[in-house]
Design a protein around this ligand. Sequence first.
Ligand code: BJW
Length: 236
Amino acid sequence: MSRTKYRSVVVLTGAGVSAESGIATFRDKGGLWENFDIEEYATAEALQRNPVKVLSFYNDRRKDLLNPSIQPNEAHDALAQLEREFDGNFLLVTQNIDNLHERAGNDNVIHMHGELSKYRCMASGHVFDVEGEITHEDICACCSEPGRLRPHVVFFGEMPFEMERIQLALHRCDLFISIGTSGTVYPAADFVRIARHSGAHTVELNLEPSEVQSLFHEQQYGPATEIIPHYVQRVL
Ligand code: BJW
């Protein structure tokens, strides 16, 4: 059991935590948005304009995630250990749509930008698990109509999931740790401001300073697999 001075921790993760598992980030050199135009893939308008293209983008990323070479890394493992051994409230909010935190052993996870392994009916809002591919011709299981299934992800302009639960945890936490995120996408980029305003100690662990780095009390820069296990040991 931990003997930490903190009682309630919120961890925010971004693409950087999964980079060393072989999943590309978005805005780094060689990142997804270098090869795929955001406007053509990550907006509701893009899905409406060209569903085949958008569905295929997410089908390919789901297929990549099933590749046996993609495994949780030491940073995911350390965060699972933190949840297991931390003697207080623990919430992991991830912007990632991969499932590496769960595969490492974390249970209390909110996927604020959705999950690659889920699809949603645009008519009913019903969410389905999916392993294979989804096409525009697929018939929705709840309304028996084609063309209604979309990736269960949050596009630009859409409201991220479980914002009320996240806001509550941010207001109550006394330690906020942000890992592997560039701090360019809101509302996630604003979480540090909320936590800090509520009196939490705020820590940025990233490869390089994020856009909001000045809002953190403490910063450490380096690869996630090196700095996260070390920081978790310090907290525990
Ligand atoms: C490593 C590492 C290693 C690398 N070790 N680290 C103008 C001003 C302010 C806001 C807006 C504005 N205009 C529009 C907005 C709102 C908009 C927004 O923020 N736009 C900005 C681009 C300006 N936001 C939205 O639309 C959101 N919704 C919204 O705001 O609703 C209204 C609302 C109002 C009030 C309250 C609440 C809501 C929705 C955002 C949806 C984002 N969707 C995506 C796609 C999801 C599906 C998918 O994956 O395809 O989410 S975009 C993409 O960016 C994805 C990510 O989750 C997100 C964040 O990216 P992340 O994780 O930070 O990755 P990178 O690549 O940017 O950074 C990686 C970092 O890792 C870097 O710092 C590296 O250094 C580091 N790194 N290797 C450690 N080995």
